[in-house]
Design a protein around this ligand. Structure first.
Ligand code: CO8
Length: 267
C-alpha cells in the first residue's frame, strides 16, 4: 500500500511504503527521463533521511520509470555553470548523501541509467536490473568526465580495461553484460514493474534480519573499498566481536539452538 501522505510532499520523487519495513523512492521526472537536478536531490536526500529515521524501516528501494532509472545529471541545468560557481559552491557535493545511509539501499533499474544515473545506482548497495536496463557513462560526449564516482566505482566493479572502454567511448552496457561483469547482482525476469517487485522482496528479506548486524555487515563490506586486506580483516574482526554485545546475537544463536525462528529486537 502506498503512503499517501509521504507521496504528497514531493515534486520530483514519490516516497511510499509498500511494506511497513520498506521505503520505496521513485524518481519522478518522466518528461526529462528522470534527469537529476539539484531540487530532485534535495527531495531525495530528505526522503532518505526520513527512511533512516523510521524505526520500522529496515531497507530502502530506489527506482525510476520503465524507460529510465535516470538519464544523467540535468544537462540543461548544468550547461551554463562556470568554473568559479562549480568549484566555489562545490557543485555535486550534496548529491552523494545516499552513500552515508546506514540502512541498505537497493537500486531497481529499468531502462537508462546513464551518467549520474549510473553513478547513483552504483552508490546503492545492491543493483537489480530489468532486461531493459542500459548502463553507461556518456559524459565524454559532453566534453566532461563522470563527476560522482563513475571513474572510481565502475573501475572497481568492471576492472580497468572495461571501465576505460566504457568511459572513453561513452558506449552503453547491456543488462546481460552488467550481470556478467558483476556491476549488478542479477537481471530479473521481463515484465513491467518486475524489477521493483523483486527489489521490494529483497528489501523485506533484509529488513527481517537484525538491524544492527545488517548495518555492521554493510559497513564492513564497504570498508573493503577503503582499506587494504590486513586492516579490512582487522576492522571486520572488531565489528564481529562487538556484535556479541547485542541482544540480537543472543537471540539469533538461542533460536538456532532451540530450533525456532529468531525474533530480533534490533538491540
Ligand atoms: N538532462 C536533461 N534532459 C534530459 C536528459 C539529461 N541528462 N536526458 C534526457 N533528457 C530530456 C531530453 O532533453 C528530452 O526532453 P525534451 O522532450 O524537452 O526534448 C526528454 O528528456 C526525452 O529525451 P529524448 O528525446 O532524448 O529521448 P530518447 O529516447 O530519444 O533518448 C537518451 C534517450 C539516449 C537517454 C537521451 O535522452 C540522452 O542521450 N540523454 C542524455 C544522456 C547523458 O548524456 N547523460 C549524462 C549527463 S552528464 C552527467 O550525468 C554528469 C554526472 C554528474 C554527477 C551526477 C551525480 C549523481
Amino acid at each position: 500500500m502506498g503512503d499517501a501522505s509521504a507521496e504528497a510532499q514531493y515534486e520530483f520523487i514519490i516516497a511510499s511504503k509498500p511494506n511497513p519495513t520498506v521505503t520505496l523512492i521513485t524518481l519522478n521526472r518522466p518528461k526529462a527521463l528522470n534527469a537529476l537536478s539539484s531540487p530532485l536531490f534535495h527531495e531525495l536526500n530528505h526522503a532518505l533521511a526520513q527512511a533512516e529515521l523510521d524505526k520500522d524501516v529496515g531497507a530502502v528501494v530506489l527506482t525510476g520509470s520503465e524507460k529510465a532509472f535516470a538519464a544523467g545529471a540535468d544537462i540543461k541545468e548544468m550547461k551554463d555553470i562556470e568554473f568559479a560557481e562549480a568549484y566555489g559552491n562545490n557543485f555535486l557535493s550534496h548529491w552523494t548523501q545516499i552513500t552515508e545511509m546506514k540502512k541498505p539501499v537497493i537500486a531497481a533499474v529499468s531502462g537508462y541509467a546513464l551518467g549520474g544515473g549510473c553513478e547513483l545506482a552504483m552508490m546503492c548497495d545492491i543493483i537489480l536490473a530489468s532486461p531493459t536496463a542500459k548502463f553507461g557513462q556518456p559524459e565524454i560526449n559532453l566534453g566532461i568526465i563522470p563527476g560522482a564516482g563513475g571513474t572510481q566505482r565502475l573501475t572497481h566493479a568492471l576492472g580497468k580495461s572495461r571501465a576505460m572502454e566504457i568511459i572513453l567511448t561513452g558506449k552503453n552496457i547491456s543488462a546481460l553484460d552488467a550481470e556478467k561483469w558483476g556491476l549488478v547482482s542479477r537481471v530479473v525476469a521481463e515484465g513491467e514493474g518486475e524489477v521493483v517487485k523483486e527489489a521490494i522482496e529483497l528489501a523485506k528479506t533484509i529488513a527481517s534480519k537484525g538491524r544492527l548486524s545488517v548495518m555492521a555487515a554493510k559497513e564492513s563490506v564497504n570498508t573493503s573499498y577503503e582499506l587494504g586486506l590486513r586492516e579490512g580483516l582487522h576492522f571486520e574482526r572488531r565489528l564481529f566481536q562487538s556484535l556479541f554485545a547485542t541482544k540480537d546475537q543472543k537471540e539469533g544463536m538461542s533460536a538456532f539452538a532451540e530450533k525456532r525462528k529468531a525474533a530480533f529486537t534490533n538491540q
